[in-house]
Write a protein that binds this ligand. Structure first.
Ligand code: MN
Length: 481
């Protein structure tokens, strides 16, 4: 494995920037299929997870899934570890897109090497001669990859591959429950095929429950990771607000050791002026309870945000202060209006920022804000909302496929118990609405802004070879069929 890969070309299978389980598994399994069925000797197939490696722990269901399936995170290639631009410039790159069908704006220069698209979102790309497109509005992109493998290379299926495909489809399709509005006949068809070929797969329900639990299991996360896991960002000219859904009660969150210092670190690290943390929990009778905390080092800003939330009328949040004896820069509330999710709270905050801007109160109100270089030269008040952390995106634009999928979460949820309901709520929102194009670019910049790749072609080649090795070891111990 020395320098024998000089002329090596790369075919990268790229998932979307939400990097949810569907994207990850579609990328890994399609790259595996391509590697197993390719006759080309100098082409390396690399699944690339379209987030920086440091963000991967936020995808708790994905890290859990890899552990369960005996794949090491070390074997995966993340977006900040491979210089796609340089490979493209060198004429050594081909691309398959899975779980999205157009490259985000910052990557669009590579469109001409996209030779294949497999996706379940509404098609946004124009047809071209050299790109094969498979696009169907099924519940999971993984269903389309499973279909391809079962049709074209059923011999490569083993129980590990089958289990990865099946479990991802089951999670995306909410345990194949029609009432959830995700599953389509094709999803059911391929889950059934996989289960009939591998009757030893654990029951669906168990797979669904454990993945669903893993999705909300933040016990291993740092405060910074908790705040980034399900985050929306609002910004105006001089202010940047983090609105985080946290997956533990606000009260419990505020009991974390050194939480105020960690909130301060979080704000400094990511240039936020304030953090609004929201939580939802369910009582034993499945009644939702929402709590909210407002943090800012800048007292005037904390007061302004808190007042706006307390005085909001559309809707009224019915905030009641929660005792927080050690809090200096935090005010905490329980939220009487339990129907007001983050989706309802965001407009209140947007409106606040907008009013502030149009009343011409610029930087001097909040001196500490000066290190944030907001979108420059806005001629009119302009409040933008952006998503990052991407976890909240969950299904990345699924909302586009099912515009009303989440409207009646409460009623739907009742049929499935609290855990399912949490999924329908998507933690705190009913929403997954965001554009399928770059969501981090305005806030965090492109992953590659951080520098050039650390991996050489050889290192990537070696990593991929190791995947194959691990894979065959697993196969030989678990057997097939
Ligand atoms: Mn998907």
């Amino acid at each position: 494995m020395q320098n024998t890969h000089e002329g090596l070309d790369f075919h990268v299978v790229l998932g979307n920037e939400a990097c949810d389980l569907d994207s990850m598994v579609s990328a890994i399994t399609l790259a595996y299929y391509l590697a197993k069925t390719s006759s080309s000797k100098n082409l390396t197939y690399v699944p690339v997870l379209n987030i920086p490696r440091q963000d991967f722990p936020l995808r708790t269901e994905s890290t859990y899934f890899l552990r369960e399936n005996g794949l090491s995170e070390k074997l995966l290639t993340f977006r900040d570890e491979i210089d796609l631009g340089a490979l493209y410039e060198a004429g050594r790159l081909g691309l398959s897109l899975v779980d999205h069908n157009v490259l985000p704006r910052t990557d669009s220069f590579m469109e001409d090497v996209v030779t294949e698209v497999i996706d379940h979102h509404v098609l946004e790309r124009r047809p071209t001669r050299n790109c094969r497109v498979t696009a169907e509005l099924v519940g999971s992109c993984t269903t389309l990859v499973a279909e391809k493998i079962i049709r074209e290379a059923p011999h490569i299926l083993d129980s590990q591959l089958a289990s990865m495909l099946r479990d991802t489809i089951v999670l995306d399709c909410v345990n194949m429950a029609p009432a959830a509005g995700k599953v389509t006949p094709k999803d059911t068809e391929y889950v059934t095929v996989l289960e009939s070929k591998f009757p030893d797969l654990p029951p669906r329900g168990a797979a669904f429950d454990s993945l669903q639990n893993a999705k909300f299991d933040v016990s291993g996360l740092t405060t910074d990771q908790m705040l980034r896991k399900d985050l929306k960002t609002l910004f105006s000219q001089d202010l940047k607000l983090a609105v985080s859904a946290i997956y533990v009660d606000v009260e419990e969150f505020l009991r974390r050791k050194d939480v105020e210092r960690e909130l301060q670190d979080f704000c400094q690290r990511h240039n936020y002026n304030a953090v609004i943390a929201m939580s939802i929990a369910f009582t034993s009778t499945n009644e939702p309870m929402r709590q909210m905390a407002v943090y800012s080092q800048q007292g005037a800003l904390k007061t302004m945000v808190s007042s706006a939330l307390k005085q909001a009328t559309t809707p009224s949040l019915e905030l009641v202060p929660l005792p927080c004896p050690h809090c200096k820069h935090v005010t905490a509330y329980s939220q009487g209006n339990t129907a007001a999710s983050r989706k309802k709270v965001l407009p209140i905050l947007k409106d606040l920022l907008r009013r502030r801007e149009s009343s011409g109160r610029p930087m001097q109100s909040f001196q500490e804000a000066e290190d944030y270089k907001g979108p420059a030269e806005l001629t009119e008040p302009n409040v933008e909302e952006n998503s990052e952390g991407s976890e909240q995106l969950g299904d990345f634009g699924e909302q586009l496929d099912n515009p009303d999928a989440c409207g009646e979460d409460e009623t739907r949820g009742k049929e499935y118990g609290a855990r399912f309901r949490r999924q329908m709520e998507d933690g705190l929102d009913e929403e997954n609405s965001f554009p399928p194009t770059p969501m981090n670019s305005l806030v965090e910049g492109c992953p590659l802004d951080r520098g050039l790749p650390k991996l050489t072609a050889e290192a990537i080649f070696e990593r991929i070879s190791r995947i194959t090795v691990v894979d065959s070891e697993v196969n030989s111990t678990t057997g097939t069929q």
